[in-house]
Structures are given as C-alpha cells and as structure tokens.
Design a protein around this ligand. Sequence first.
Ligand SMILES: [Mn+2]
Length: 329
Amino acid sequence: MFNGVSNEVMYNKIYNKIKKADNVLLLTHEKPDIDAVSSVCSMIELLESMNKSYFAFCNDAPSHQFDFIPHIEKIASSRGDGAKPAFNFEDFDLIIVFDCGSPDRTKLADEISNRSEKQFLIEIDHHIKTEDYANLELRDSEAASTTILIYNFFKANKIKINKNMANCILAGILTDSGNFIYQTTTDKTIKISSEMLSLGANLPRIMDNTLRNKKLNALKIWGKAMSRVQINKKYNIAFTALTIEDVGDLDEEDLEGIPNFLGNLHDVKAVMVIREQNNGTVKGSFRSVHPTANVAILAQNLGGGGHIKAAGFTIEGKLKLTDKGWKVI
Ligand SMILES: [Mn+2]
C-alpha cells in the first residue's frame, strides 16, 4: 500500500498519466548509477513503443561503463545555453523522476518547485523518503532497486517486457543488490531476475560491464584503502580513508566499489570509507553489514542520507592524518 492506495491502483494511475501526456520529461539523480539510468531507459523503451514525445535528462553524463544499457545515449546531460536550451522545462506536461528522493539531486529543483499546475510530477523511488515533492509518489523502500518498481509497473499494466526492458531491469537489480548480497534481496528479487533472464536479459554482459570491469591501477588504490582499514571498537565500525593524492587521476566510478568490497569484512557492524574529493569536500560512504546497524541514521546525522544498508554524506573540508587518526579539517 502507498498512501492508503493499493499498489495496483497507483501503477494504473501512472500508466494513465503517461497515456494522456503530450510530452514527458524523464529525470534521475546527478552522478547516476546503473539503477538510475536503467530505470530511465526502460521507460524510454516504453515511451518509444507508444510514440510518445519525451526528453530524458540527467545532470551528469552517465559513465561510459554503462554504455551496454539500451537507450543510454538518449539521456542528455547538457542543458544547452540561454540562446539554445536543450529543453524547456515548461514544455512538459508530465515529469517522471526515478531513483531520486530529493529534487535537489535532479539539479532542477527550482523548476520542479515552480512548476505549473498543469505539470504533473510522478516520483518512482526505493530510497527512504526525505522530501515531499511529487503529485504522485510511488515508493517502496524495501525494494532492492527502482527497476523492481518499473517491473511491477509493467506487470500491473500488462505491458509486455521485451529484451531491452529485461536487460535494464536486471542490471538495476544486480547492481543495487550487490549481486544479491544485500538484505533487500528477497525471493521476489530472485524470481524477477530469473524471469528477466528468460525474457532475454544477458547476464554475462551485465556482469562483464559491472562486477568484472576493474582496472589494474584502480585495484592498486583499492589495495591502499584496504591496507589502511582500522576498526573503531566502540561502535564496531571498520573504516578507511583515501586522500586526493592517493587517488590521483583515477575516475570516481573506479572507486565506487570500495565500500561494497570492504563490506565483506567479517565481525563488524558497518563499514565507512571516507574519501577526499577535488571540489573541497569529503565524501563518506557507509555500508551496514549487520541486521541491526542502520547506516541511514548515521549518514543523516552528518547531513546525508540513503538506505538502511547503504548511505552516505558529503561535507566540506580536507582529510588529514593526525596522531589521533583521520580528521576532516
Ligand atoms: Mn537505486
């Protein structure tokens, strides 16, 4: 149930809104992950089959590592300029925001909050709710991925899931569930994944482009992070840190797997990776590795957010190693 309305009704309502829409804007969060872009791309597949006019926008260009996702090239990341904007927000009568709990993370927060009454906004998300900004909110914070909500939406509306959709849905599930190791993985997660395989999703291709995509220079920096791991005995949290000097010119995406990998550590409640970024901020990523550890609360206390099992924060400052350990100064 969502907002007292059954899921089925919500999914039907969304489809009706899409059918009636003249021009649809698809949005997701900045620095998109695979679940974010896969959700957008599975909807592109549907909108194209319906001959709908649409525009897909994400503030940051998706990583080239995601090029295996069908339609990814159709997600624009440039807003153009004043003389020739890539799109006019007011031209859309339907806006669908995927995998994004806060409008800020679309980088179109002003446009969203100042939208006209004729512009209907649907939010489809599996993060814990942080803000109320949609006309219709489809949220399931227990779902392993946003693409599972897309799957439910297709099923509820008897939309045939083709190979492209199946690849998108499975890619989102695998990456957001840590290949079925996070607690959000249920029998339903596996059942849906199995169905996606029978509908033509290419598991080896997804794995080659997600799990098995590490570069040697990246793994050496992972090694540096692992060699520094310490355990805070009071909270039973393992943590490590990387400075800008450690990381060099390595791409952000090559570092993203470190918290998940460290999360394989035995006998701790949670792990934290803090990493200096070159815009004067420090990014912290938490992973809970124990059923009772809710890292979303830890991240929220530091001005961030996320899921119970995976959460993060960004604070201004630099990392410094002192005699008392790592400090943000
Ligand atoms: Mn997600």
